[in-house]
Design a protein around this ligand. Structure first.
Ligand code: NAD
Ligand code: AKB
Length: 316
């Protein structure tokens, strides 16, 4: 990988993705070239690994000053309200998810930043999209406020690229599974809780039903995909809204079976709540052939490899 020297700002660096992405960016670009920022206190795993700035992305003036003062060239915008939390407060989710992106895109345009990364989600798809191997381009009618905000965000990204030449890149992440930083209120969070509970109590009550298939990915694959997309030559990027991205699909029952190979006494029960309706509106699997063709995307982890790694690291 040919890494050019850049000064990077990660917004939302203390979240589930932010902690691991910041750590990897610091490894690649040098600790002092990656500034972590968030509303929250600095995450334990980031302390001592590089600069940290407290910043509210909704405060455009403060963000603009931060970007100028630190000679930032790239921004990774990770601050957002996720699906389950979003349904509890739709107005706030819309406001934060949209205004944060517009603030960053406007500053990127004005300051001619080299690259912007902003994640979308499989939540852009709705009940009228094909549910299996959902294609890159298809019917997109999301029914959650989170999905609506992600779809609108994708349109804004393409708009800023087409009209102002802002090199903004994006992935439609599936549900991400990790053990370093806690998840932030999504519908796919059960696939993290299940590992923690399997080790702690050998028992888990899942908030989705046993046959609910959703697209999922282990965090190391997601971090690698993000950096591979950002480092791909500009001419290879044919999608300026957001790329479909896929690794695996499984149901709660299947992840339970995978865990039971290591913890035979693991007991899994189901009590679906409001998140079931969200999951029912999302794809069961994703066709990411455009990402494969454009920048050679290929996942590494399958369900059993992920289970082994999750249990091993959570135990440690
Ligand atoms: P998260 O909730 O774990 O982290 C978001 C971080 O943003 C938090 O640390 C929060 O304190 C911070 N934040 C919130 N409001 C802020 C503000 N006003 N100013 C500055 N910081 C603020 O979320 P995540 O799981 O790390 O997701 C990051 C991005 O990836 C989001 O856009 C999310 O929609 C997207 N995504 C995540 C997943 C997943 O499974 N985790 C899947 C698809 C897409
Ligand atoms: C959520 O469940 O909200 C996220 C996502 C798939 O975007 N994990």
């Amino acid at each position: 990988m040919n890494i050019v020297k850049e000064k990077i700002l990660v917004i939302g660096a203390c979240g589930q993705i932010g902690v691991e992405l910041t750590t990897e960016l610091r490894r690649l670009f040098g600790s002092n070239n990656v500034i972590a920022s968030d509303l929250r206190d600095e995450h334990e795993l980031l302390k001592g690994t590089g600069p940290y700035v407290s910043c509210d992305v909704m405060n455009k003036e403060m963000l603009h000053v931060l970007i100028i003062r630190h000679n930032i060239t790239q921004v990774y915008l990770l601050a957002a309200i996720l699906s389950a939390t979003g349904e509890k407060n739709p107005g706030l989710a819309w406001h934060i998810n949209m205004q944060s992106l517009l603030n960053v895109l406007e500053i990127a345009k004005e300051e001619k930043l080299t690259k912007i990364y902003w994640p979308s989600s499989i939540a852009v798809f709705g009940p009228t999209s094909p549910r299996e191997h959902t294609p890159q381009h298809t019917i997109i009618e999301p029914t959650t406020v989170y999905g609506i905000s992600k779809y609108a965000g994708e349109r804004w990204c393409e708009y800023y690229f087409t009209h102002y030449g802002v090199d903004v890149r994006s992935l439609r992440y599936p549900g991400l599974i990790s053990y370093k930083s806690a998840p932030g209120g999504g519908t796919t969070d059960y696939a993290i809780e299940i590992y923690i509970q399997a080790l702690r109590d050998k028992d888990y009550q899942c908030f989705l039903s046993e046959e609910t298939y959703l697209p999922m990915m282990y965090m190391p694959d997601a971090i690698r995909a993000t950096i591979e997309l950002m480092e791909a030559p500009k001419e290879k990027i044919t999608v300026r809204s957001s790329y479909n991205l896929s690794a695996m699909s499984f149901s709660p029952k299947e992840i339970g079976q995978s865990i039971a190979k290591h913890i035979p006494e693991f007991h899994l029960t189901y009590k679906p709540d409001f998140r079931q309706q969200i999951a029912n509106s999302w794809p069961m699997s994703i066709d990411d052939s455009t990402a494969q063709a454009d920048w050679n995307w290929k996942p590494h982890f399958d369900l059993d490899m992920m289970t082994e790694d999750m249990l091993h690291n959570l135990k440690a």
